[in-house]
Ligand binder design. Structure first.
Ligand code: ZN
Ligand code: ZN
Length: 412
């Protein structure tokens, strides 16, 4: 049996050795981006690669047909069960940059880097397979479709029972992050992602000639008043210490070809985020109250539809130090760090971390020489291949320490 530092030495050596292979896998996935939960080619490539790995049992056709769960048991007797998850779907975006592995599916692109996530998780499975004699317990590698459309996690958990048999003790995931420099790893102190909600407000007045507004009920004026009140909802109804945001992303009324009629209907909607579901509920309720109050004054009628789609990704405090230390052993001292602020993007990894202690990492993909690179979901998005193998090593180290129960540190 090797000492821990020798095992990590083997992990580091393996990360260097498998790097070209992981880059090849990502480039192949990048050429065949697919949407939602129906990802036949993605499924084929990932399954093909996983089946080459000794000691890995591959369960295909999960999560509605495109998800893959692969199970590896360590050769030591005892150990915990660790879940490592990668999302694998792409986006309906036309790739703008030229490269030899450019998307072959018109109007579809891996613009969120999930091709990289799949490749680094395959890499982690390769490394953990090589050091199987050194750990006990079970590692579940989960390749989840549908992240971009808020699906996949629910099916894997509720129908495919991915958190059971054997029951999962901890779960880990990561995203390639353009604002973090390549080689570094950021870990949120608490919320890696926020709760996601959306709203739609439809105000119906009475249409009529624009020269005599007093004979109409102007839904645009009413909508304008509601819109202006949104900052007050955030600032006066919710504690100033809480992270939250509300953005109107569309507004529709009238006809640009007809300038002399006040229309009957104005509709707008958008997104709202917070770290607590209760806060989203307050935001939705206050928006509804405000809309009704304004419409009362205008004598308009209204419909307010508020949806809460998902919870927050909250990192487990007892795992933070352990994960940071495991990551640093691969990427180097001080290269993994704690991010104090909350991030209000959305991620349905929330469905795992609501059920088991979890940590989500932001893996840097911005090359050191560049100050700024295109963001996630940009048609110019670029993934830095140099981080693939290191990320695979980080996941392998987390799996190795996690199975031994040595990630739980003291919360600082
Ligand atoms: Zn995305
Ligand atoms: Zn993503």
């Amino acid at each position: 049996m090797l000492e821990q530092k020798d095992v990590i030495g083997r992990v580091r050596e393996a990360t260097r050795r498998i790097e070209p292979e992981l880059i090849r896998i990502r480039h192949e996935l990048h050429q065949y981006p697919e949407l939602g939960v129906d990802l036949p080619k993605t499924h084929e490539i990932i399954s093909r690669e996983l089946k080459k790995i000794p000691g890995l049992r591959v369960y295909e056709h999960k999560a509605g047909g495109s998800g893959i769960i692969a199970l590896m048991r360590g050769e030591k007797k005892e150990g915990k069960t660790i879940l490592l998850r990668a999302d694998i779907d792409a986006l309906p975006i036309e790739e703008k940059e030229e490269c030899e592995y450019k998307s072959r599916n018109t109007g579809c692109m891996h613009a969120c880097g999930h091709d990289g996530h799949a490749a680094w998780l395959i890499g982690a499975a390769k490394i953990l397979s090589e050091i199987r004699a050194e750990w006990g317990g079970c590692i579940k590698f989960v390749f989840q479709p549908g992240e971009e459309v808020g699906k996949g996690a629910d099916t894997l958990i509720e129908e495919d029972r991915v958190l059971e048999n054997p029951p999962v003790d901890m779960a880990f995931a990561a995203h390639g992050w353009p604002s973090v420099q390549s080689g570094k790893i950021g870990i949120a102190r608490r919320y890696a992602f926020g709760c996601v909600g959306s709203f739609r407000v439809k105000i119906t007045g009475r249409d009529g000639h624009a020269s005599w507004p007093e004979q109409t009920i102007d839904p645009i004026a009413a909508a304008g008043e509601v819109y202006q009140h949104i900052p007050a909802i955030l600032a006066r109804k919710i504690s100033g210490t809480e992270s939250k945001v509300m953005s109107v992303t569309y507004i529709r009324a009238g006809d640009p070809k007809v300038r002399n009629i006040i229309p009957a209907v104005c509709e707008f909607g958008g997104t709202m985020r917070a770290v607590k579901k209760e806060t989203l509920e307050i935001m939705g309720r206050e928006l509804e109250n405000e809309t009704k109050a304004v419409c009362d004054v205008y004598k308009a009628s209204c419909e307010v539809d508020v949806q809460i789609h998902g919870g927050a990704v909250e990192n487990a405090p007892q795992l933070l130090d352990g994960v940071r230390s495991a990551a640093e052993q691969i990427v180097g001292q001080d290269q993994a760090y704690i991010i104090e602020g909350d991030n209000l993007g959305g991620e349905n990894f929330a469905q795992y971390c609501e059920r088991v202690p979890s940590v989500y990492m932001f893996i840097g993909i911005r090359p050191e020489e560049l100050d700024d690179i295109p963001g996630l979901h940009s048609p110019q998005y670029r993934f830095d291949d140099q981080v693939l193998a290191k990320a695979a090593g980080v996941f392998a180290a987390i799996g190795y320490y996690g199975c031994q129960g040595s990630l739980e540190g003291i919360y600082r």
